[in-house]
Ligand binder design. Sequence first.
Ligand code: DP6
Length: 397
Amino acid sequence: MSGERRPAAVTCTAPINIAVIKYWGKRNEELILPINSSLSVTLHQDQLKTTTSAAASRDFKEDRIWLNGREENINQPRLQSCLREIRRLARKRRSGSEEESTPCILSYRVHICSENNFPTAAGLASSAAGYACLVYTLATLYGVETELSEIARQGSGSACRSIYGGFVQWLMGERDDGKDSLAQQIAPESHWPELQVLVLVVSAERKPVGSTAGMQTSVETSPLLKHRAEAVVPDRVKEMCEAIRQRDFERFGQLTMKDSNQFHATCLDTFPPIFYLNDISRCIIHVVHLFNTYYGQTKVAYTFDAGPNAVIFCLEQTVDEFVSALRCCFPPESNGDMFLKGLPAGPAVLSKELKMAMDMEPRPGGIQYIIITKPGPGPQLVEDPSLHLLGKDGLPK
Ligand code: DP6
């Protein structure tokens, strides 16, 4: 390919986020409008991220997409919504501007290539990072700067929150066209430097019921979900915002656990019921409560999405001791050295009293590994061209 015919290419990364007030249920399936507001913490991309490259060229015959090394169908409706909306905004931005006379990459087809640095099947929120990254990368390619959370929302609801770093609220909005259903940062990642996050990978299996189908059945059948959306979440979101602003871990942790439990209660209230937690998830819940009871305060808090993996929040000074407690309760099986990934955790000697308080039957191998991370920033542009996922020919490297 000659110099000037090289594709215009951009590479970006985007984070996953974990909801502390859960989104579950849509009032509009196509636009992905939720029945309640939600709130999340964006996790650091040093540990968990999606990378996406997008290139446009007059040589490309059609739009194409590769996800984690495999070509996928670009005609999937949610992908099409994101592509269409970004192109619509790019056209709007261009019309009337001087750029209009210059050759326009908008008339070219795009190639998109995306990879996660974590196993997709591990049940971590890959769709949130994936769609946030897709939208951010296409927006950068076409020079679009606004409405990104609204567009990412149309790929996957929780993706709208991954457009921002730190602590993020997704306002449910009221309008039928979804223009007011968007994410907002409530505090940057630097706001609470002591806060750390442990991702406990329990099972790398795919979830039995995906969130899209699961929440649809819940909306149709669960009276508890309706009550939750109308009477519980509005006050909880306000309280959670306050707990975060004040860096009040006691309140933050309690609300996080209660909201996770209520979300899983709505799954049980769905008919037929949906079970995302397994035996190990329930053991983790038990361990957290034993630990907190021993200290007489909320030192660690759990939350679970649509799968058995736990996400634990705690302050930095608690990490070493809680990880040691987890090692006791869930002795690592074969991969002792690979048990901890991400930020470092030092060894901690558990006191005899704490060991006694945590008295439970050990579950060897129950936790496969732990990723230690912290709140992090939103999507980033990758400047280094050697990190692009598409080669000069526009195909995956
Ligand atoms: C349990 O965003 O994956 O993780 O909008 O249908 O793509 P769709 O669903 P998705 O649902 C996430 C649900 C959750 C809670 C949350 O992240 O708020």
